[in-house]
Design a protein around this ligand. Structure first.
Ligand SMILES: [Zn+2]
Length: 369
């Protein structure tokens, strides 16, 4: 009996040993793969792929919003003055606090939020990117200049309206940052640009985050001791996001890393995979998966993490976008033509001559003036 036990035991130990060896080999292999630094070219490709998706998820302190491939927007969390269900033709979204901003395919912007603070954006044109702070909205124009709404007296928009050569904007709280085409970063209330070789930016309440061409990340923390700047070990990062006091990085392999304040579990993203875009709210973190579903973790006091039922989140397909732009262009031309006819005293529908002193019926199409 004892012998058999020993022999079984020995066999068992042998098996364990071989498993352990295999595991160690796999682990070593994985470590080696993981440590493999992607080339600048590979990183750029992955970054550009992700960038299309980065504009499809956004998070404020109290809510989370998602852009669907049909150009509509859905959201969860506190519904403080927001009603975005009627939005159409949206190609990018940005959120902060209880506000959400949407960029339309025709370069116009829609905005909703608590008391409509900073939501006066209806006159904006030629916008290519948007960012939302607590009291202000930022729009990047196609000519590289920046427009703002709200934030007066908070310093959030100070100097921002003089910026030029900007290719990306970010905002949070009372702050605005802009990425220049030379790879440096501008910040409100600050005269000198910081950093270089930056390709993407994010702003938290207490920190500014920059993604570098080589896939590493730099952080400037104004609130010491949060740990939101402990990104020194990060590599192969293709997208970044910033919450109140935490920093999130998306890796080229679809996994996610996060550091900083973790009081709500907002940094517990180690199990995430197949992620194509990320967003950070005040105390929660959001990940868009390659299949168009969304995961979220952290503070759920207002239901801002209840995204498990979401589907079809992602950019509007390029061919649909093209049709949409053509439709909008035709519409614009039609209105211009109609206005021209009205000014000339002609029929607004067909440009025909109007006859009859009182009815003013069109001689050509028969419609009334
Ligand atoms: Zn007519």
């Amino acid at each position: 009996m004892a012998v058999r036990l020993d022999s079984e035991n020995n066999d068992y130990l042998e098996v364990l040993k071989s498993i352990k060896n295999d595991m160690s080999t796999i682990q070593k292999k994985e470590n080696r793969n993981e440590k493999q630094q992607l080339s600048i070219h590979e990183l750029r490709e992955a970054r550009e792929r992700s960038a299309k998706y980065q504009v499809c998820v956004s998070a404020g302190s109290l809510h989370t919003a998602g852009l669907k491939t049909d150009g509509t927007v859905i959201d969860v969390g506190s519904n403080n003055g927001r009603n975005i269900s009627s939005w159409r033709d949206i190609i990018a979204i940005s959120s902060a606090a209880a506000h959400t901003v949407g960029l339309k395919a025709d370069g116009k912007v829609v905005a909703v939020g608590y008391n409509n603070i900073g939501c006066n954006v209806s006159s904006w044109r030629d916008i290519i990117a948007i960012a939302r702070g607590d009291h202000h909205t930022v729009g990047l124009k196609s000519d590289g200049t920046v427009v703002t709404s709200g934030g007066e007296g908070t310093g959030a928009v100070e100097d921002v309206n003089n910026w030029h050569d900007i290719i990306a904007v970010a905002a949070c709280g009372f702050n605005t940052i802009g990425l220049k085409k030379d790879g440096t970063v501008l910040e409100n209330r600050r005269t000198n640009a910081i950093w270089k070789n930056i390709v993407a930016i994010a702003r938290g309440y207490s920190h500014t985050v920059g993604l570098k061409t080589d896939g590493t990340v730099v952080v400037e923390c104004f609130n010491v001791g949060t740990g939101a700047d402990e990104v020194g070990e990060w590599y192969n990062i293709i997208a970044i996001a910033a919450g109140s006091n935490h920093t999130v990085g998306l890796k080229a392999d679809g996994t996610v890393v996060a550091v900083g304040n973790n009081t709500s579990g907002q940094c517990n993203v180690t199990g995430w995979y197949d992620i194509i875009a990320i967003a950070a709210g005040g105390f929660h973190t959001v990940g868009l998966k390659t299949g168009g579903t969304v995961v979220a973790i952290g503070d759920n006091e207002y239901g801002q993490c209840n995204v498990s039922g979401w589907q079809g989140i992602g950019p509007v397909p390029e061919e649909v976008l093209e049709q949409l732009r053509k439709k909008l262009e035709d519409e614009k031309r039609r209105i211009e033509q109609s206005n021209q006819w009205i000014n000339q005293g002609l029929c607004r529908y067909c440009g025909g001559e109007l006859g009859g002193l009182f009815t003013k019926k069109c001689k050509s199409c028969g419609k009334k003036k």
